[in-house]
Write a protein of this length. Structure first.
Length: 90
C-alpha cells in the first residue's frame, strides 16, 4: 500500500456505516429469532403444568434475558456513537 499505514475504519462516517451493516446482517436475524422462536416458546411452555415444561420454560427465560441484554448493549453503544458522530457534523 505504498508504505502508508491505513486503518479500515479510520473516520467516524465509515465506522457508523460499519455499525449499520452489522445491525442489518447480524442483529436483524437475531431479532427475528428472538420474536419468532424464543417469545412464542415462553408463552407455549408457560401454559403447561408438567415438570419437563418447567425446565424448558426456565431455559427459554434465560435465553430471553441473554438476548435482551445483548440487544440493549448494542442499541446503547450504537446510539451513543450515532449521537457523537452527528454532533461533530458528519
Amino acid at each position: 500500500m505504498n508504505g502508508t499505514e491505513e486503518e479500515i475504519f479510520c473516520d467516524d462516517a465509515s465506522r457508523l456505516d460499519m455499525m449499520k451493516r452489522v445491525f442489518q446482517k447480524r442483529m436483524i436475524p437475531l431479532l427475528c429469532m428472538f420474536f419468532l422462536i424464543i417469545i412464542p416458546q415462553i408463552i407455549i411452555q408457560s401454559r403447561f403444568n408438567r415438570p419437563e415444561n418447567d425446565v424448558l420454560l426456565a431455559i427459554f427465560c434465560i435465553m430471553f434475558v441473554v438476548y435482551l441484554v445483548f440487544f440493549i448493549k448494542f442499541a446503547l453503544r450504537f446510539w451513543d456513537y450515532f449521537k457523537a458522530v452527528y454532533r461533530q457534523g458528519v
